[in-house]
Structure formats: structure tokens, C-alpha cells
Design a protein around this ligand. Structure first.
Ligand code: 5CA
Ligand code: ZN
Length: 369
């Protein structure tokens, strides 16, 4: 599994957290089913937003990236997200990116505009099959999400940048391609191919990455390897909103995990507030949602501290059943609620049940009581 990581120019917000918790639940379901999981994630530690933030703040871009990456890892640890086996930075992947782009040059699927290199999307017969958008939609969204459909000299407006020639006052690296830095999509492809290879089971991220990021990445990987498909499943988490809009660093309407933690909120309640929504739906963060989750943790803690409760096996079976059905976490929470309400009401005399339910919450949901 490859899940796209953060661009570390600001702290982790609830949208990021929801996405990483969703894939954590998937990893936990696989581990519970006895599978070995190889999970890889990147960190986009060089990109335009990071450089813009550095200029605004008068700070070194590397210092921002290091600080925000460290904070992200702390937040993920607090939320009990199992870390990926490999966590790779874009900067450390530059030599690998350069070698994939050289391979593309040999295949004749890249061309230069000024001294920047573009990948021809038409070289992949499967281009368009990840997000399934029509051309007009692709062009519109491409322009909104970092693409440059109108740049003169491009052969196809949808062709994407794989290598950007050095700009004055911007960081650049010496490679066989020249002095410059990687395009965004090829960075994830290089990391995924180096550490997982074709074909990955799940390419994950938020739904804002379906196009262009995962579409372009799939085509680049398929063309460079000559194999298909890049991923068996493209899995996208819904967007978390706040104050009427998708939570985004560029809009600045953010609720940060680190801020909630500093305000004394229990990370397990934060996690439960996220799990109360199905990962694929778009939803809005609310303080009431967090309050509800705090009450739920409290109920679950009281119930699992009881000397006995109702038999746990039906609850455990129900949790596994709903999680294996497209990770229906809200139904899994309901199942635990039912058991917990019965337990605190003094129903049931199984002395092993409270510990079993606590273990199931820990292993399957990542909620330690
Ligand atoms: N570094 C790239 C991926 S290679 C990137 O998109 N970084 S990010 O910091 O902008 O987002 C990190 C992850 O959080 C991505 O998977 C993105 O899809 C997801 N994400 C961003 N905003 C939201 C949101 N409001 N709700 C849910 N997920 C979100
Ligand atoms: Zn990515």
C-alpha cells in the first residue's frame, strides 16, 4: 500500500488526520486477517507551497519541512496510526526520479518546453481510467490543482511536468537531467516503484488526489515499466470540511490535531470523532462531533473496566464483518456501543469479555481504552 503523505508547510489538520486514520484502519483489517502489509508513504519535502511559505516567513524551507514533518509524526503517534514501513522524502528520491525520467527519455515519451521536461499522457493507452473524467473536467481540475494546461509549447494541455529546470533563488539539484527539481507526480511514482514495485494493491490518499495526481502517476508508472496496472485499487478518502469549505492549508480554515491535543483533548476521542464517519464520505468537522466522541470513550472505558459483560464474540464478529465491508467504521462503533451499554447496565456475566472488547478496540480501531 502506498498512501500519499503530507506537504510539510503547516501542521496536520483534521482532514489529513481523517485520511491517514482511514488507511490505518485498512492496515489493521489486513493485519487482523493475517496478511503481511508493506506500507510506504512519502513526504513532499520540496514543492512550491513550501517555498512560498518559506519566503513569507523569512525562514529556511528545510527548517519548515523538518519541523512540520516531526509534528506530523508526533500527531500520528498520538492518534495511534501505525507508521509506514518506509517513509521517504521527495528530496532523497531525486536521484531515483532522475533515472525514471531518463528511462522516459529513452522511450521517447518526454519532451522539453524551455528547459522543463513534460510527460506525454497520450503515451499511456489507459490514461484517464483512474478518475474517469471527461477532457473538459480534466483540463479544469488540472488548472486548479497545480497543473499548467495553458502553457505555450505543450503538445497536449494535460501533459504533466516531470522535471523543472532550476529557477533563480529556488533550490535545485544536479542530476543527469540537469540542474533542477522533480515534478510532483513522478516523485510518488519513483518512491512507490522503488519500494513496492508493480503492481501495488492500494494507492491511497484524499479524493483531491484522484485527478491529476493519481491519474498522472499511474500513467507515468505504466509507461516507464511497460506494465499495467500501477495499482489494483485507487482508494480515496472524502474531504473533511470546516466552516462551509474543504479544510485546506491554502484557505486557512483549519483545525489542527496538535492544537486539540494542546487544549487537552484525548487523542483517542479525536480518533473516534474521525471514525464516526465513513472514510469515503465528505463531512464537516464540528466541536459537537468531538464532544460526542469524548462521551463515547468515556462509556467504552467504563464498560471495559466492568468485572464482566455480555459475551464478546458476536460483537467481535460484527466488527470484523462491517470493517471488511469497505471499512464501515460507523457500524463498528455502533457494535461496540451496544455491547458497552449492556455491560454498564450490568447485563452479562462473562468475565473475559471486557478485556476482549478492549483488545478488539485497540487492534481493529486503534482506540486504546
Ligand atoms: N504531498 C501531497 C501528496 S503526494 C499532498 O497532497 N499533501 S497534503 O498535505 O496536501 O495532503 C496530505 C493528505 O491529506 C493527502 O492524501 C490529501 O488528499 C489529504 N487531505 C488534504 N486535505 C484534506 C481534507 N480536507 N480532508 C481529507 N483529506 C485531506
Ligand atoms: Zn503523492
Amino acid at each position: 500500500m502506498y498512501v500519499c503523505g503530507i506537504t510539510p508547510y503547516d501542521a496536520t489538520h483534521m482532514g489529513h488526520a481523517a485520511t491517514y486514520v482511514a488507511f490505518d484502519v485498512l492496515q489493521r483489517a489486513w493485519l487482523d486477517a493475517g496478511h503481511e502489509v508493506h506500507y510506504v508513504q512519502n513526504v513532499t519535502d520540496i514543492d512550491d507551497p513550501l517555498l512560498e511559505r518559506a519566503v513569507q516567513r523569512g525562514e529556511d524551507w528545510r527548517a519548515i519541512a523538518e519541523r512540520e514533518t516531526a509534528l506530523f509524526r508526533e500527531d500520528m503517534t498520538a492518534l495511534r496510526v501505525i507508521p509506514p514501513r518506509e517513509y521517504i522524502g521527495a528530496v532523497e528520491a531525486i536521484p531515483s526520479v532522475a533515472s525514471y525520467v531518463q528511462r522516459m527519455q529513452e522511450l521517447g515519451v518526454v519532451y522539453a518546453v524551455d528547459d522543463d521536461l513534460y510527460f506525454s499522457v497520450s503515451s499511456d493507452p489507459h490514461f484517464g481510467s483512474v478518475a474517469n473524467l471527461d477532457r473538459a473536467e480534466m483540463t479544469r481540475i488540472f488548472a486548479e490543482r497545480g497543473g499548467d494546461p495553458d502553457r505555450p509549447g505543450k503538445r497536449d494541455p494535460l501533459d504533466c511536468l516531470v522535471w523543472q529546470d532550476a529557477r533563480p533563488d529556488e533550490p535545485a539539484w544536479n542530476t543527469p537531467l540537469g540542474h533542477g527539481r522533480p515534478g510532483w507526480h513522478i516523485e510518488c511514482v519513483a518512491i512507490a516503484l522503488d519500494h513496492l514495485g508493480m503492481t501495488i494493491d492500494v494507492q491511497g490518499g484524499g479524493s483531491d488526489l484522484a485527478f491529476p495526481h493519481h491519474e498522472m502517476g499511474a500513467s507515468e508508472a505504466q509507461v516507464v515499466t511497460g506494465e499495467w496496472p500501477y495499482a489494483r485499487h485507487y482508494v480515496h478518502a472524502g474531504m473533511v470540511g470546516w466552516q462551509g469549505h474543504k479544510m485546506s492549508k491554502s484557505r486557512g480554515n483549519l483545525v489542527f490535531v496538535s492544537q486539540l491535543r494542546a487544549d487537552g483533548h484525548d487523542p483517542m476521542a479525536i480518533r473516534l470523532a474521525l471514525l464516526a464517519h465513513h472514510y469515503r464520505s465528505d463531512w464537516a468537522w464540528t466541536p459537537q462531533g468531538l464532544q460526542g466522541a469524548e462521551q463515547r470513550v468515556d462509556l467504552w472505558r467504563r464498560a471495559t473496566a466492568m468485572p464482566s459483560g455480555p459475551d464478546a464474540s458476536a460483537t467481535l464478529q460484527r466488527m470484523r464483518e462491517v470493517l471488511s465491508d469497505d471499512l464501515r467504521t460507523p457500524s463498528a462503533l455502533d457494535a461496540v456501543d451496544q455491547w458497552a451499554m449492556a455491560a454498564v447496565a450490568g447485563t452479562g456475566s462473562d468475565a473475559t469479555a471486557p478485556a476482549l472488547i478492549a483488545d478488539a478496540c485497540d487492534a481493529l480501531l486503534g482506540v486504546r481504552l
